[in-house]
Design a protein around this ligand. Structure first.
Ligand SMILES: Nc1ncnc2c1ncn2[C@@H]1O[C@H](COP(=O)(O)OP(=O)(O)OP(=O)(O)O)[C@@H](O)[C@H]1O
Ligand SMILES: [Mg+2]
Length: 355
């Protein structure tokens, strides 16, 4: 019998996260395929691991594979194994992940990227527990629970013909939706403390905690990369801070963007077609993160007003409070800028003539 791993520690006590955990505890008990869906970095892999260790298969193997990491042929042989001589370089028979996961759980990450051939074989193995190794004719049977994960909308993928409807039906016996960071804002600070303390321990230091300014910066950010991004940001900010600060000086500076530099590089665009390049720069914005959770509504006016206020505030702070420079930066006239400053109630530096 293999040694069981402990349940992964999952931080979070927001209602939406607790709801997910409760769903997971119930679904883990049913010996059927499951699908974990959610944006990048929301914790899908950790949840799949939890599903395994809460299931009846907990003392069997937990095997993972990222379908997007391999080419079509490699994915086929990695999942189902191959016989000796199946292709150039296949000197010996090699069991695939299904065989290795026998009696346990196989976690298939980014399952939407699997090719049509692999999808067909997956359907059969999920339905009947049967498959053949690549280059073989012997039918192998296995007893594996498949947990898939994806950050794309599989119903849309079915609609456009890139994902099999029958495979989706089988996989989605039940679906665990992972809440994005914006739907669990209460968890931002506990997660930050957790990642910060781990980082400090790794560096052999004690964790000094977060200053008020750091907390505010973390709460103000919208976390498009979810928990993974938060983890990176805190680890980066912590190591930079500990390198230069006194022991119990709380973390002040949150480094959201490690590329931030006074000397930015030229954008990667075709310079022989300046018009196209300009268009490209203008359209390369990050995807908009809507402020409401699924099913909720939000007032567009209020939201745009908030964005405008943030932009003005940031431009002013970048330019030491100078309305003139902030106006140039935002491509506004000085009068427009003054209007916005008044509208949003900012106190700014008076213009001084240079000595
Ligand atoms: N609730 C949580 N508590 C502690 N750590 C977490 C939690 N959720 C996610 N993490 C950490 O965040 C990182 C991203 O999580 P994970 O890899 O599970 O996300 P994912 O949804 O599978 O991402 P992707 O879509 O990019 O594959 C990992 O380092 C993971 O350990
Ligand atoms: Mg993942």
């Amino acid at each position: 019998m293999s040694t069981p791993s402990p349940l992964p520690s999952l931080i979070g006590e927001s209602p939406s996260f607790l709801d997910t955990l409760q769903k997971v505890s119930i679904a883990a008990q049913i010996d059927r395929p499951l699908l974990v869906i959610g944006e990048r970095g929301t914790g899908k892999e950790l949840i799949a691991e939890r599903i395994h260790y809460l299931s009846r298969r907990w003392d069997g193997p937990f095997v993972k594979l990222n379908c997007a990491a391999l080419s079509e042929d490699l994915l086929d042989s990695e999942l189902f194994g191959h016989e000796a001589g199946a292709f150039t370089g296949a000197k010996q028979r090699r069991p695939g992940r299904f065989e290795r996961a026998d009696g346990g759980t196989l976690f298939l990450d980014e399952i939407a990227t699997a090719s049509a051939t692999v999808q067909e074989k997956l359907l059969r193995v999920i339905e009947y527990g049967e498959f053949e190794r690549v280059g073989g004719s012997e039918t192998i049977t296995c007893n594996v629970r498949v947990v898939g994960a994806t950050n794309v909308n599989l119903a849309d993928a079915v609609e456009e013909g890139s994902f099999r409807a029958d495979l989706l039906d089988r996989l989605a016996f039940d679906v665990i939706p992972m809440p994005p960071m914006r739907a669990r804002r209460e968890d931002i600070l506990p997660l930050a403390e957790f990642f910060g303390a781990n980082m400090a321990r790794e560096l052999g230091d004690s964790w000094p905690g977060l200053s008020e300014r750091a907390r505010q910066a973390l709460l103000d950010y919208h976390w498009p990369g979810n928990v993974r991004e938060l983890k990176n940001v805190i680890e980066r900010s912590t190591y930079r801070h500990l390198a230069v600060s006194d022991e119990d000086d709380p973390l002040r500076e949150i480094v959201l963007d490690p590329f931030a530099t006074p000397w930015p590089l030229e954008p990667l665009v075709q310079t022989d077609k300046p018009e196209k390049a300009a268009r490209q720069i203008r359209t390369e914005r990050p995807a908009v993160q809507l402020p409401a959770a699924d099913g909720e509504s939000y007032a567009l006016d209020e939201w745009l007003n908030g964005l405008e206020k943030d932009a003005v505030e940031r431009a002013l702070s970048l330019h030491g409070g100078s309305q003139k420079q902030a106006a140039t930066f935002l491509q506004l006239s000085y009068d427009q800028m003054r209007g916005l400053v008044r509208k949003h109630g900012f106190a700014t530096r008076q213009r001084h003539s240079k000595p």
